[in-house]
Design a protein around this ligand. Structure first.
Ligand SMILES: [Zn+2]
Ligand SMILES: [Zn+2]
Length: 144
């Protein structure tokens, strides 16, 4: 599993590759353990039932799709529509469709925004929930 996180201690952003059995993973920069909230289910490679980095009980999955690229595609499609009699719109729609279908899922922690990739475990997470997202955003804003 690929993990993108920012260290809870020193906030250093880093990408780590996890493999099982899961040993102690330390921060690249401050050498402190970063997976202090690993659960039994995660250690047994069964489920991500809470974020191993911050301990939040909620994570979501979404398509690992570059949204800026998606928007750029639409803009180009619309800009060229006049010259191509609309064919460019059709092409853009097709590219979009195939990109989204091929794209894998990424798991994201609502609280610390850690990202989990390339693992079966990601597929069992719940889809994005705006209420939970707002809840955690409010929590973050209240913290000093
Ligand atoms: Zn660190
Ligand atoms: Zn987290």
């Amino acid at each position: 599993m690929e993990l993108k996180l920012s260290c809870p201690q020193c906030k250093n952003k880093q990408k780590r590759v996890l493999s099982w059995p899961l040993g102690t993973v330390v921060c690249e920069s401050c050498q402190k353990p970063v997976l202090e909230h690993s659960t039994e289910a995660l250690l047994n490679q069964k489920r991500i039932d809470q974020c191993p980095i911050c301990g939040a009980a909620h994570l979501y999955r979404r398509k690992d799709f570059n949204q800026r690229l998606g928007i750029l595609l639409v803009v180009v499609g619309v800009a060229l529509a006049y010259f191509t009699y609309g064919v460019s719109l059709l092409i853009v729609t097709l590219i979009d469709f195939f990109l989204v279908r091929r794209v894998k899922e990424v798991g994201v922690c609502y609280q610390c925004q850690a990202e989990f990739r390339n693992s079966e475990l990601v597929n069992s997470l719940n889809p994005f929930d705006l209420e939970l997202f707002d809840y955690y955003r409010n929590l973050r804003e209240r913290l000093p």
